[in-house]
Structure formats: structure tokens, C-alpha cells
Design a protein. Structure first.
Length: 367
């Protein structure tokens, strides 16, 4: 056994015969074991803080530095606890006492290991998760990261507690069943909230919407996305009204995004001219006017097409593109005014609804 070999080496170095029954002393052996693991724990702290830490400081990230600093002490305590456990072996204590001591020391080791894992997870979340969340415009990840952080801590603490209960011989099967039933009950009670949270996660993962996007939802609500939160999304309409939509509903809706993947948008302006007007002249006049407006893109080129022969007018459509959805309404208003002025200037008649009434003279009115 490695431990016996260590004890014999120590005794020989002290000039003692390990085989001499008078030299063998269980308390002395326990003391040597404690000294060994105390030295190992101090040596580990020295290596971690003086050697490994110097190497980690040369890296670009400080994550490894924090891991070394915050875990070196707990690991050294684990070594000391292991030493205490092994120091009990030479003493030959009663089985009942040894079992209790083993359970206590095993529980301490489980607590320390759980603490180390939680510390490492905290470091990764604080240094990577929060930094990534801070770079985005949405508050969704800012709210999600702390929730995930707390959930991870609770989960790891429960795992550590179950390990401790196992150490003491507690049957955890029924406990896991109870936890499962409680989890299902909680999930059912929070069904709507969880649906909204997972809906928000799917929106972020699919990149369906982002803060600043102009969207339309199921032909009902349209506006600019102001915020994507943990449970809901805020949309500001063209009338400056703030609409809050649950993320669960938003994830199940048909979303029309006017800015992604391309923010440019086509605008259509309908107008009509009198019957008898030259269609070629109408197209030429309106196209020349459209090309004078700088905000209208050169490519794709603007077009003027005759759409139909209406009841009282020849109906045309002016089709053109602008680079950004934000320019849509102002450009539409401007183009409508320009077309009217151009048609009037070139003496192209603009019709209005007319109705011809024929009066039939009755028999009683005939002379």
C-alpha cells in the first residue's frame, strides 16, 4: 500500500526500524499522515499561486486567473480532509465511529467540490455571458443570463445535496420522484411564463427580430421593435403607441420584417388620368419626375405601368425603391405631390368620379 510505504520511508529516514513492534505507534502514524497531507496542501497552494498563476497571467483572458485564485484554497482543503480520513485508518477506531467520521468527511468533500464547480461556472457566466449580453441592444439576454445563473447555482447545489444524502445512505430514488412530480407541477403552473421565455429564446436564436427592426405581425400590429424582454416584446407603432406582445404569441405569429435581410423597400403610388390621354406621355412625364428625386434608388430603376382601364380613368402605378423603410412614408407623400404637379403642368387631365343620370319621361307627363 502506498500509504504504508510512505510511513516506512519516513521512519527509516528518522533512523527507526519499521518492523520493530515498539516503533509502531498508530498515533504516530496518524500524525505522519496529517503532516504529509498538510505539506501537500501547502505545496499545491504554492504551485497554483506562484507558478500556474504566472503562466495564466500571460494569456489574453482573465478567466483562467480567476479560476486559479478562487479554487486553489478549496482544493487544498480537500487534500486536508482526505488526510484526516486516512489518518483515522491506523487508529483502528470502532466501526460505528469510523462510519460516522467517514460520512462527515465525505460530506465536507462533496460541499467543497460543489463549491468549486459553482465558482468555476460563476466565473464563466460573469466574464463571458454578461459581456456578450452587454454588447447586444436587446435586454432579453441581460435578463436571461442572471436567471440562468441562479438556475445553475440551484441545480448544482441540489446535485451536491443528493450526493451528500447518498453518502449517508439515504435512498434518493423516492426523493428524485418527488422532485420530478414537483417540477412537472411547477412547469404546469408557469406554462404561460415558460412559453414566453422559450418564445423569446427562439426569436433570438432564429434572429427573427432585433431591436430597431420594423415589423408587421399577422397583419394586425406594425411598428419598430423597441425592446425584446424576457417575457414580452415592446413595439412602437407609427402613432407612437407602445404595444406589448407576449413572446410566446410572437414566436407563433407570421412576422414580416421590413429591414432584414434587406432594408430597401419598394413603394407603389397609384394615380389615374383621363381617357384619351397618351399613355406614352404619361409614362415619360412621371418617370422624369421620379428620376429627379434623389432619395429614389437608381437600381432597381423606377417604373410606371398602366394597371387597368377603370370606370372613369386610366389607372397607373408608379413603382420605385428607397434604401430604407424609414423613408417610405415621406417619400410616398412627396412622390404623390410631384406626380400631381407634373400631370397638371403637362395638361394631362386627372379625372374624378362622374355619374350621368338619364331621366325617362313618363306617360302622364306626355302632352
Amino acid at each position: 500500500m502506498l500509504l504504508d510505504l510512505y510511513l516506512n520511508l519516513i521512519k527509516k529516514s528518522m533512523g527507526l526500524d519499521p518492523m520493530n513492534k515498539y516503533v509502531y505507534n498508530p498515533y504516530f502514524d496518524s500524525f505522519l499522515i496529517l503532516v504529509l497531507f498538510f505539506v501537500l496542501s501547502r505545496l499545491f497552494v504554492f504551485i497554483a499561486t506562484k507558478i500556474i498563476l504566472k503562466l495564466t497571467k500571460k494569456t489574453k483572458t482573465n478567466v483562467d486567473d480567476l479560476i486559479v485564485i478562487k479554487t486553489s484554497r478549496p482544493i487544498s482543503l480537500i487534500l486536508l480532509v482526505i488526510g484526516l480520513r486516512l489518518a483515522l485508518l491506523p487508529l483502528g477506531v470502532r466501526q460505528s465511529i469510523a462510519s460516522i467520521a467517514e460520512n462527515v468527511l465525505g460530506s465536507v468533500i462533496a460541499i467543497l467540490i460543489t463549491y468549486i464547480v459553482i465558482v468555476v461556472v460563476d466565473i464563466f457566466i460573469d466574464n463571458w455571458g454578461m459581456k456578450v449580453a452587454a454588447k447586444t441592444k436587446s435586454t432579453f439576454d441581460d435578463e436571461l443570463v442572471p436567471v440562468f445563473h441562479r438556475f445553475t447555482r440551484i441545480f448544482l447545489s441540489i446535485v451536491g445535496l443528493l450526493f451528500i444524502l447518498t453518502t449517508w445512505g439515504v435512498e434518493i430514488g423516492p426523493l428524485l420522484t418527488s422532485l420530478g412530480i414537483a417540477g412537472v407541477a411547477i412547469a404546469f403552473a408557469l406554462q404561460s411564463t415558460l412559453g414566453n421565455i422559450f418564445g423569446g429564446i427562439s426569436l433570438i436564436a432564429d434572429k427573427s427580430i432585433r431591436v430597431g427592426d420594423v415589423i408587421k405581425i399577422d397583419s394586425e400590429t406594425s411598428g419598430t421593435v423597441v425592446d425584446v424582454g424576457l417575457r414580452s416584446t415592446k413595439i412602437r407603432t407609427a402613432d407612437n403607441e407602445m404595444v406589448t406582445v407576449p413572446n410566446g404569441k410572437l414566436a407563433d405569429s407570421k412576422i414580416l420584417n421590413f429591414l432584414h435581410p434587406d432594408p430597401s423597400i419598394r413603394i407603389t403610388v397609384d394615380f389615374g388620368v383621363e381617357y384619351g390621354s397618351s399613355t406614352d406621355k404619361v409614362r415619360k412625364v412621371v418617370l422624369e419626375e421620379l428620376k429627379k428625386i434623389p432619395i429614389i434608388t437608381k437600381q432597381p430603376e423606377p417604373r410606371v405601368v398602366m394597371d387597368e382601364m377603370g370606370d372613369f380613368a386610366l389607372k397607373f402605378k408608379a413603382l420605385f425603391w428607397v434604401k430604407n423603410f424609414d423613408q417610405k412614408f415621406d417619400t410616398r407623400f412627396l412622390v404623390t405631390e410631384k406626380i400631381y404637379n407634373a400631370l397638371t403642368k403637362n395638361k394631362i387631365g386627372i379625372p374624378f368620379p362622374t355619374r350621368t343620370v338619364y331621366l325617362k319621361k313618363g306617360r302622364n307627363n306626355q302632352s
